[in-house]
Design a protein around this ligand. Structure first.
Ligand SMILES: Nc1ncnc2c1ncn2[C@@H]1O[C@H](COP(=O)(O)OP(=O)(O)O)[C@@H](O)[C@H]1O
Ligand SMILES: [Mg+2]
Length: 340
């Protein structure tokens, strides 16, 4: 889409094959069904959607942990999707990752110093002393200190372990960090601390984030743009504030309704005004048409037959929903009418 993008994903398809007898490939399942996404240098794309929608499959395709079965993942001037083997060292150093579970992603037998400096050992010619100096700097970036260097992961809380993982991801000053549900395993106050920490480091260091979460409310402050996934499709994408304040796709609306509101009456009113029907079939059976049609209160006959393309939305971005087929402006007006 944009030439100045750091990461530009076009028509990405990620497929898993079941195993049949004799080890032949079994039935194919497309976890990502042709996704388009773009991130500019230093910016954050929040990728949200419920569990199983394909968020990690996109993250893992970017990281080269699962192969792309179609499409392109342009990073700078290379196509990551076309690289069959491990990425060359210069590319690997520019893309780092932080995963959900700080309990299992850190090697328990390593010290914090080993963990934080591992990327430096692999990718640079720094001496041990230089690496230690850099490790202290990196711990400072995540509000830990030199005294933590000799300790092991089990001596830290979940939030502190995630800080260690972030310090390690920052070690090589990457251009992109893929964060796959980095705070989902943490309690709410720790979640906010880690999100704020990421926000501050991003602006200071000019790093772009692909930030995956299932909670839109949690990541909209830090995200420049938000993409919403449902059953392997990006159903909506746009400027973070617009998506959060004026969600267009019926699924994004339902996703925001899942965020608890303190006033129970307001919550009830909101639910009643937007009720999303429960799924009437198992998600994997939806082969053609809109992936959301069976839960959508606005579903029309054509939603069964045809996958809606991306339509522009007032305020920026797109929604893959026929309600927005009219020229921007009229489409949103129509959706308000249907709801009233
Ligand atoms: N290694 C795998 N083999 C087979 N199916 C998988 C594999 N990984 C994920 N899936 C399936 O792909 C779909 C998307 O999974 P995932 O990308 O992990 O979604 P999310 O991160 O949004 O929860 C799910 O239906 C999941 O069961
Ligand atoms: Mg996931």
């Amino acid at each position: 889409m944009s030439d100045d993008a750091l990461l530009d994903i076009r028509d990405l398809r990620v497929t898993y094959w079941g195993k049949s007898l004799l080890g032949f490939r079994g039935k194919a399942f497309d976890a990502v069904k042709g996704a388009n996404l773009s991130i500019r240098p230093g910016q954050t794309l929040g990728l949200v959607g419920e569990s199983g929608s394909g968020k990690s499959s996109i993250a893992n395709a970017v990281l080269g942990l699962v192969p792309a079965n179609g499409g392109t993942i342009r990073f700078g001037d290379v196509d990551l999707a076309a690289m069959k083997t491990r990425y060359p060292p210069d590319v690997r150093g520019q893309i780092q990752a932080v995963f959900q579970d700080p309990y299992s992603s850190l090697n328990p037998s390593m010290t914090v110093e080993d963990i934080v400096t591992e990327p430096l050992r692999v990718h640079t010619t720094m001496s041990r002393a230089e690496r230690r100096t850099r490790a202290v700097e990196l711990l400072g970036l995540v509000s830990l200190s030199e005294e933590h260097l000799e300790r092991h992961p089990h001596q830290f809380s979940g939030g502190q372990r995630q800080r260690i993982a972030i310090a390690s991801a920052l070690a090589l000053a990457p251009k992109l960090i893929v964060l796959d549900e980095p705070v989902s395993a943490l309690d709410v106050s720790t979640q906010n601390q880690i999100i704020n920490l990421l926000y501050e480091r991003r602006d200071e260091l000019g790093i772009a984030y692909l930030l995956i979460a299932h909670d839109l409310a949690l990541v909209h402050h830090i995200s420049d743009r938000i993409a919403v996934m449902y059953l392997g499709h990006i159903v909506e994408e746009g400027p973070s504030d617009r998506v959060y304040r004026a969600p267009a796709h019926p699924y994004t609306r339902a996703l925001l309704d899942a965020v608890p509101v303190l006033d129970p009456d307001a919550q009830r009113r909101r639910r009643a005004s937007r009720k999303a029907a429960p799924a009437r079939e198992t998600p994997r059976l939806a082969a053609q048409g809109c992936p959301y049609r069976n839960r959508c209160p606005f579903a029309m006959p054509r939603c069964e037959a045809q996958l809606p393309p991306d339509y522009p939305v007032d305020g920026g971005g797109t929604a893959a929903c026929f309600l927005f087929e009219a020229p921007a402006g009229q489409g949103s007006a129509r959706l308000r009418l249907v709801q009233a």
